[in-house]
Design a protein around this ligand. Sequence first.
Ligand code: IPM
Ligand code: MG
Length: 370
Amino acid sequence: MLKPSLLILAGDGIGPEVMEQVKRVISWFEERRGLAFDVSEALLGGSSFDVHGTPLTDDVMQQADQADAVLLGAVGGPAYDDLDFSVKPERGLLRLRKEMDLYANLRPAQCFDALADHSTLKREIVAGLDILIVRELTSGVYFGEPRGIIEDNEGGRIGINTQRYTSGEIQRVARSAFELARRRNNRVCSMDKANVMESGVLWREEVDAIHAREYPDVELSHMYADNGAMQLVRNPRQFDVIVTDNLFGDILSDCAAMLTGSLGMLPSASLGAATESGRPKALYEPVHGSAPDIAGQGLANPSACLLSFAMALRYSFDQGQEAERLEQAVEAVLAKGIRTRDLFQGADNEMHSSTEGMGDAVIAALEQSL
Ligand code: IPM
Ligand code: MG
């Protein structure tokens, strides 16, 4: 049988070091579970700019488009802050999302019991939290035209971005959210700013229409996104699936991440429509960024990247049980008190760990699971 292909784009900052641990785990699954992948690696972001003068070459774009799944570390860093917008590391990531048409970005925020005291919120607010943010990823203000910085007649400047959504773009991400809700607790909360934005009015109408026509069995509610941000920190467990646009989803998912104790814990999957193979086009990445302040020091938490690979096992390779095995291994390591710096509080039962030490512990936990 042909091995499914996996393209690794480790990227910048802490990307390569967290990805190193994922590569070890991929090898473990190959050796111990017989899951073989055809793994290749390429440059993305600043590391690609350094070599090729562009954050994403056409060649790598094509490799990503043809891969069964793409695993990404992180992009960006202060060295690239002054670059022209068109070649910033982030443009590479945005081009991947757009050209692969990865419109549904799944960002699950789960609070493992071992970390309930690590959130900035009280344990009783976050313990047992398990929500899923479905963020629209290929449209909205991130891509809307016109955009740019232009001069006005008085010698001043005007910065322009456009929030734009078509019915079709809203419908397809709404469907993803309803489908996912059916496999969870069957509730969707849609967040928009229909009180001030026409695009929000359309968003709400289209979500309502899809709901009435195709998913009447799912419980649907609507919330203004600002209230949503407040509710996420007031009582996050009221939510099951949240569906929202690209910009609100970017902001709300960082907010949700902190509920879990650390941004270093949050994985994500970006999925497109199913291809001929039956698999969706897919890219998996931790929600955290490149964290340049700690890069290269072995301090980064590889959990989010490991959990992103678990999502790949589930959504691209139909290996739900193996995904759970990996998720449980990460949870078991945390339950033992093994902590990278982002999670280390110095309590008696805690052991400080490097990035690699965390990888060692996860592999040991995987071995134990057999
Ligand atoms: C994210 C990031 C990206 C975004 C950046 C790196 C372009 O913040 O994935 O949440 O804004 O979408
Ligand atoms: Mg973000």
